[in-house]
Design a protein around this ligand. Structure first.
Ligand SMILES: [Zn+2]
Length: 110
């Protein structure tokens, strides 16, 4: 619930700076390490946006890939969770470089 509320709060803050009064469509980017359940967020979003400037807005969730730097291979490898091992060498010496994003990519407003 708190993530959806955070998104609405962000939309309300931005509406003051960017001078819009209604949000019609939200595109959210979410990495696999952000620990966000897309379906739960979608469900919460409808409830949380009721009686706000984003009431009835469409929500699109874009899943971003996760990436880490493998010390063993000295290369970037894909990961789907924080404590994955390297897909090439099996090492756990990975430094996460991408995947914990939770951000608004685009808005359609009026
Ligand atoms: Zn490796």
């Amino acid at each position: 619930m708190s993530i959806a509320e955070g998104v609405v709060q962000l939309l309300e803050e931005q509406s003051l700076a960017q001078n819009y009064t209604r949000v019609k469509h939200v595109w959210l980017e979410i990495g696999p390490l952000a620990a966000v359940e897309s379906e739960a967020l979608r469900f919460c979003f409808d409830a949380v946006t009721r009686n706000t400037l984003a009431e009835g807005a469409l929500l699109d969730i874009i899943d971003l890939p996760g990436e880490a730097w493998c010390l063993g291979c000295a290369t970037t490898v894909p990961i789907t969770q924080r404590y994955d091992s390297c897909v090439h060498c099996g090492s756990y010496q990975l430094q996460v470089t991408r995947g914990d994003e939770l951000r608004i990519k685009e808005l359609e407003v009026e």
